[in-house]
Structures are given as C-alpha cells and as structure tokens.
Design a binder for this molecule. Structure first.
Ligand code: IFM
Length: 460
C-alpha cells in the first residue's frame, strides 16, 4: 500500500465521554443523571453494568493524560458531565465539578494537548427528565445556561467547543426505541426531543459566542452512508427516508435553518410542529462540524427483505420514527463486534456529500473506531490488528476526501480507553488502550502504538 500524508496542521486526537469513563458517580456533589437511573432498571443494560466506577478517570485523569502525551495526541475530545456541574440541572454551578474540568484542561495543556470538550454526551440530570426531559422546550433553555456556565469557567483555556453529541441517538434511542436512557417509547416525543437538542445547541452557541467570539463552536452529528439494497423504487424510497431521518433531519436545520420538506411529509401524523422562530436560533453559524462515522446503512422498503442483526441488545422497538417498516439489510461486508459493517468508502462519501450540500464549514471526524472484544495476554497486551486495519482504512478515506477538496481538519479515534458502551455495558471494547476493569490497569494496545506512529509521521 502506498503511504499517504496529511496536510500540516491536521489534528490527530482521541475521544471519550464522561459517563463512559469518569466513574465517581456520587462524589464531590455530582447529582444523578438519566443514565444512573436507567442502569438501575433491570434488563436495560447488559449484565446490569453501570457507570458508577467506569474506568475511574475522575481519579486517574493524570495517568490518562500521560498516556495521551505518550501517544503524541494533538487534541483530546472529552465530555463534561452536566450533573457534575449542575447536580439538579439548573441553578448555581457546583464549584467542585467545574474544578475537575479546569484541572483536566490544565493537565492537557501542560502536556501540549488541546482540550476539546463536548457539553452534552447523553447524561441529562435526572431532575430535568422528571420535569419532562428533552421533549420539553425548557430543557433547551436549561442546557444553554449550563453551557454558558462551563464556558465561563473554561473559555479562557479552551478554544474548540462541541455542544451536543449525536442528537439522533439522544432523541431516538432515548425517546423512541427506549434502548438508551431515559428509555421512553414515545415517537412523537422523540421528534420534539430532537428539535430541542438542536435548539439547545443554537442557544448555547449564541450565548458562548457572545462571551468569547474568538472561540470555535460546533455540534457533533452521527452520519451514515445510506444505500438502497436494490434499484427497486421501494428500496430507493427507503434510502431517501433513512438518509432523511439520520442525516438531513439534523444537517438541514443546523446548516440551512429548516427541516427537509420530504422528511416533514414522512412525519405527517406525528404532530411534529416545530416553532418557526426556532429555526434561525438553531442555524447559528458554525465554526466547525463534528462528524461521527462508523458504518453504512443498506436499506430496503420491500417486506420480504432480510434484516440485519439488531444493533443493540434491547432493540425491540424501532427508533425510526415514520419509517419503522424500513429493513436494514446485510450487504455482506465484514463486521466489527457491534455487528456494524466496515465500509470506509462510506466515510469518503459522507465527507464529500456534506461538503457538497452544506459547503463552507470546516469538518472534523469527531468519532471513528471499532469495537472488538480482543483477548489480552498475561501482561495485558492486545494484538488488535482488526482495529488497526479499521482505523488505517478510514484514515486513508479521510485523506482521499481531502484530495477531493473537503476541508477536513482533524480526526479523533473513538475511543482512547475501553469503556462503558451504553446498553452493551462493558462487553464491547473500543479503546486504543486496554483497561482491565478489575484492577483499572491501562495497557496500550498494538493500535495505540501504531496510532502514535501515524501521528509522529503525519500519515499512514
Ligand atoms: O460509545 C459510543 C459513543 O458514546 C457515541 N458514538 C458511538 C460510540 C460507539 O458506539
């Protein structure tokens, strides 16, 4: 294979999220979140796992930053736990919570690593869910206040801000299929949740930008390549619908200030009637758009089509509001342990499509990586060739997209560390670094050493 280099200034990083790694669930004033509650409902998370301890990053963040420095990471994407900063979801911030993120940011900066916080990676404070959660407009207002408080504390040392992570998951897995917290199965409420997540994003960007116009603001959306299983009109329409709900339902409001007409037509009957005045708020100019990419959806609208294995252990209900009858069809590519087909061509496709249809925004891959449950040797080493192959192929696709003219400025591996994989508990491992959950011992996998080489050379 030929070697490829990335342009000077391209940022290589790795990503995590608070509930998945921090632990310390009841320390220093942290309040409960919907994930703390959800994990306690029997049958919601595999093996009854919880994020109570996770990988204890709250206490081991110095060791983890040292690992990042050894890898040569340019940037580290982490999320801020809302209930650590505002234990009840509103009101005066908890000083101990803000202090943790200040210490983390300072440790990163001292190691020469840029901190990239995300303000919402799914851990809504429980009292806000008790008041109705994301389907309630007030949650968006509370989110903007919380964002402003974190930004006020860290805006002097943190330049790149991501508001919400994967609003599709938060809205549709959380409120339509119920596979994720808070576990509700109310399709119409899920649509309102999605709208309010984007409204919260817009309000937060406006507030933070007013305080520090020189900071950079964006959101992170999970985008998929979408293909029709066959040229049959029913399959082509299924692809339009899934692309509509997964990709355009978020990209159009964020970058064009409106929902796609065909998607609104598909949703007739769900009472989705977003406030027209919200659209300009949602469409704040973005300094960066984060794209999380893992796989392609191949879909069919034909009743007899084969269906792919479920992507969550508890996915009996559909997250596809308005398209529950669409089938997800195996296309025969190799899969990771998540059952997700490996398709790096889809990443190039997504990047060139976003650049073509929504031009002018610097793009970052804010997540990409592979879940494999590899065996560790007695010394903790893991020869994770599958992960190396996955990341290398996707990095090459990124470089191809840059060659196509896409303004892609950075790439973050998901994830730095093995961690709590939501409904799958600790059964799926995405880390560059192996964590022995019994001892919390960290051991860089082969992929970590390989990625360090990529960063050192500026290419693969
Ligand atoms: O672990 C998750 C992350 O929290 C959000 N994006 C996808 C990852 C892998 O499922």
């Amino acid at each position: 294979m030929t070697s490829v280099s990335f342009p000077a200034g391209f940022r290589f990083g790795a990503a995590t999220a608070a509930y998945q790694i921090e632990g310390a669930a009841a320390e220093d004033g942290r309040g409960p979140s919907i994930w703390d509650d959800f994990c306690r409902v029997p049958g919601k998370v595999l093996n009854g796992d919880t994020g109570d301890v996770a990988v204890d990053h709250y206490h081991r963040y110095r060791e983890d930053v040292a690992l990042m420095r050894d890898l040569g990471l340019h940037a580290y994407r982490f999320s801020v736990s809302w209930p650590r900063v505002q234990p009840t979801g509103s009101g005066k911030p908890n000083a101990a919570g803000l202090d943790f993120y200040r210490r983390l940011a300072d440790e990163l900066l001292a190691a020469g690593i840029e901190p990239w916080p995300t303000l919402y990676h799914w851990d809504l404070p429980s009292p806000l869910e008790d008041a109705g959660g994301w389907p309630e407009r007030d949650t968006a207002l509370r989110f903007a206040e919380y964002a402003a408080a974190v930004h006020d504390a860290l805006g002097d040392r943190v330049r790149h801000w991501t508001t919400v992570n994967e609003p599709w998951c938060a809205a549709f897995l959380g409120y339509a299929s119920g596979e994720h917290a808070p576990g509700r199965r109310e399709p119409a409420a899920a649509l309102d949740a999605a709208h309010h997540l984007m409204l919260g994003h817009g309000l937060a960007v406006a507030a933070m930008r007013e305080a520090r116009p020189d900071n950079r603001f964006g959101a992170a959306v999970n985008l998929y390549a979408v293909s029709a299983a066959t040229p049959d009109p029913a399959d082509l329409d299924a692809a339009r619908r899934i692309d509509g709900m997964q990709n355009r339902f978020f990209l159009d409001p964020l970058l064009r200030g409106r929902y796609p007409d065909d998607v609104l037509d598909d949703l007739a009957g769900f009472g989705f009637d977003p406030d027209a005045e919200d659209m300009a708020v949602i469409a704040q100019p973005l300094d960066q758009l984060g794209i999380n990419y893992y796989t392609r959806h191949t879909v069919s609208g034909l009743p007899g089509a084969a269906t792919q294995a479920a992507s969550s252990p508890f996915s009996a209900h559909s997250p596809w509001v308005g398209s529950a009858d669409v089938r997800f069809v195996p296309a025969g590519r190799p899969v990771t342990d998540m059952g997700w087909e490996i398709d790096e061509v889809g990443l190039r496709e997504v990047l060139t499509r976003v650049h073509r249809d929504y031009p002018g925004v610097p793009l970052y891959i804010t997540e990409n990586g592979a879940g494999y449950d590899e065996d560790a040797g007695p010394d903790g080493t893991v020869h994770d060739t599958g992960r190396v192959r996955y990341i290398e192929a996707h990095l090459r696709a990124c470089r191809d997209a840059i060659g196509d003219g896409v303004p892609l400025a950075g790439y973050f591996v998901w994830s730095l560390l093995d961690n709590f994989e939501w409904a799958w508990g600790y059964s799926k491992r995405f880390g560059l670094v192996r964590v022995d959950y019994a001892t919390q011992r960290r051991t860089p996998k082969d992929s970590a050493r390989w990625y360090a080489g990529v960063i050192g050379r500026g290419g693969v």
